[in-house]
Design a protein around this ligand. Structure first.
Ligand SMILES: Cc1cc2nc3c(=O)[nH]c(=O)nc-3n(C[C@H](O)[C@H](O)[C@H](O)COP(=O)(O)OP(=O)(O)OC[C@H]3O[C@@H](n4cnc5c(N)ncnc54)[C@H](O)[C@@H]3O)c2cc1C
Length: 464
């Protein structure tokens, strides 16, 4: 099955020329991640035949939803970035085992469109459906159910990969455990993923049952998140980082599970209508004053009493997808996401938020998530504790903010999520990811010349 379900204009496809890809010189074009920072000139080409396209590529790139520089080539490198979004065929589905086999550019949007009405879905989903299977593997993504299901890598059964050495290899957790677990969360640096076999989950219905409740303080949000996570398979909280005094960190806690057939409407859910944000916003529109107003409005909008309802997966999992290209709201300067995980302590996070504000930070989309135990991926992000994600407009003090917040995270045994990052230094990264040397050994075993590199690996891993 060819043709992907993501909206037109989401992927960057080269113009059709009628010539074979090998004949078409690939011009350089500016590429960036979802945060629109940094921007790097790159030779970028999409193709349907990933085995061929990746032969001379330095890096693979999916739908570009990593926020920082994970899906960008090293600056000035001149080698090809392979765009996977046209390699989006389903290769097979076995309804007895629930295993879906697809090309790496197959998107979660398409997976949901085809499989949700038939009662199947991936056990783990990120907060947007405009991601590819390859990108989900490379980030070892986690979702609102991390505390019960862990990361995406737990459900991957096989990868077909082109290694940096040029070899094409089938990789399973049994055949090559070192390569498999370095690849889950390895930010595309262990090889190009060509195909993915993933275990889908049989659902009671394609609808979700959700309960949400507003709380007036960080302590109350924290307590509620802990309580709800003991009872519900999916939990998350939004918090207000601008509220004054004791209200700092007030928020809304959301808990959910798949709806039973009795609760669910008879028809499968239809798609939500979506708006596309136009590219008209100057940098600086998102600033502490406007963000404070947006935070206050979002908090006030939620009813005081508990809300209980059956909702579409899009309204629960991918609420941000309702406004397409919403990253344009941050203007040309863009934004960065600082996502960290630290021990679950309300005092710790109160101090963290106070420092964040004192250093000039502001954030509208601010998400708390309780995490379960660490996964098997060498560079996989989640570990037991609470994760906080802040969307921070790029401003002159952002480097200093990142240094201070990273120092706080390291001092408390935490780490930041590489798929969101653009500002961490090599020393900070090494302090956060103790398994890095092990990862690097595996990387060199399958790619001795380190031919696969990214802007992120240059920044964090000493690649030259
Ligand atoms: C609104 C929003 C919400 C998000 N919510 C979450 C969340 O809840 N949980 C979470 O874990 N993440 C979340 N993310 C991050 C996102 O899920 C990951 O960054 C994911 O990797 C993006 O997939 P992509 O196809 O866009 O990959 P890209 O952004 O294009 O690439 C990301 C990484 O994957 C590598 N890669 C891509 N394809 C391949 C391939 N075929 N072979 C080898 N490497 C490849 C790239 O080199 C790069 O290192 C969110 C992102 C956004 C924008």
């Amino acid at each position: 099955m060819a043709g992907s379900g993501y909206p037109r204009g989401m992927a960057q496809h080269p113009p059709a020329t009628g010539r074979s890809p090998a004949q078409v010189p690939t011009p350089r074009q500016p590429l960036h991640g979802w945060g629109r920072y940094p921007v790097i000139e790159a030779r970028y080409r999409c193709g349907e035949d990933l085995e061929r396209l990746t032969r001379n590529a330095q890096l693979s790139r999916g739908l570009g939803r990593a926020y920082g520089d994970a899906a960008l080539p090293p600056p000035g490198s001149g080698r090809l970035v392979a765009g996977t979004t046209r390699a989006d065929r389903i290769l097979g589905f076995d309804p007895d085992s629930g295993i879906l086999s697809a090309e790496a550019g197959f998107s979660l949007a398409e997976l949901g469109r085809l499989f949700l009405p038939r009662g199947w879905f991936t056990p783990v989903s990120p907060g947007t459906r405009y991601v590819t299977l390859g990108g989900m593997v490379a980030s070892d993504i986690h979702g609102k159910n991390h505390h019960v299901k862990g990361t995406f890598g737990n459900y991957v059964r096989r990868l077909r990969m082109r290694l940096g050495s040029g070899k094409v290899l089938d990789v399973t957790p049994e055949s090559h455990p070192d390569l498999f677990w370095a690849t889950c969360g390895g930010q595309g640096l262990t090889g190009h993923v060509l195909e993915v076999d993933v275990q889908l989950e049989k659902l009671p219905s394609p609808w979700l049952y959700e309960e949400t409740q507003r709380y007036g303080s960080l302590q109350a949000v924290f307590d509620a998140l802990t309580e709800e996570s003991a009872r519900w398979p999916m939990t998350v909280a939004w918090i207000d980082t601008s509220a004054p005094g004791d209200a700092l960190g007030r928020g809304i806690v959301m808990a959910g599970r798949w709806a039973t057939p009795d609760e669910a409407p008879k028809e499968p859910p239809t798609d939500n209508p979506a708006l596309t944000v136009p590219p008209i916003f100057p940098s600086g529109v998102m600033n502490p004053m406007t963000v404070r107003a947006m935070n206050a409005l979002w908090y006030a909008k939620h009813p005081r009493s508990r809300v209980k309802h059956v909702v579409k997966p899009a309204s629960f999992y991918w609420i941000l997808d309702l406004a397409r290209e919403w990253n344009r709201g941050y203007g040309k300067r863009g934004f960065t996401q600082f996502q960290c995980v630290m021990p679950s302590s309300v005092e710790l996070y109160r101090e963290f938020l106070a420092r964040f504000r004192a250093l000039g930070g502001c954030s509208f989309i601010t998400v708390f998530k309780d995490c379960g135990p660490m996964g098997k991926g060498h560079l996989s992000f989640p570990q037991r504790g609470t994760s906080l994600a802040l969307d921070i407009p790029i401003f002159p003090g952002v480097e200093r903010l990142a240094r201070e917040l990273n120092a706080f995270v390291i001092a408390n045994g935490g780490r930041i999520y590489l798929s969101k990052d653009a500002f961490t230094t090599e020393a900070e990264f090494r302090a956060m990811y103790p398994r890095f040397e092990e990862f690097q050994e595996v990387r060199r075993r399958y790619d001795p010349e380190l031919r696969i590199q990214s802007a992120l690996s240059r920044r964090l891993m000493g690649d030259g």
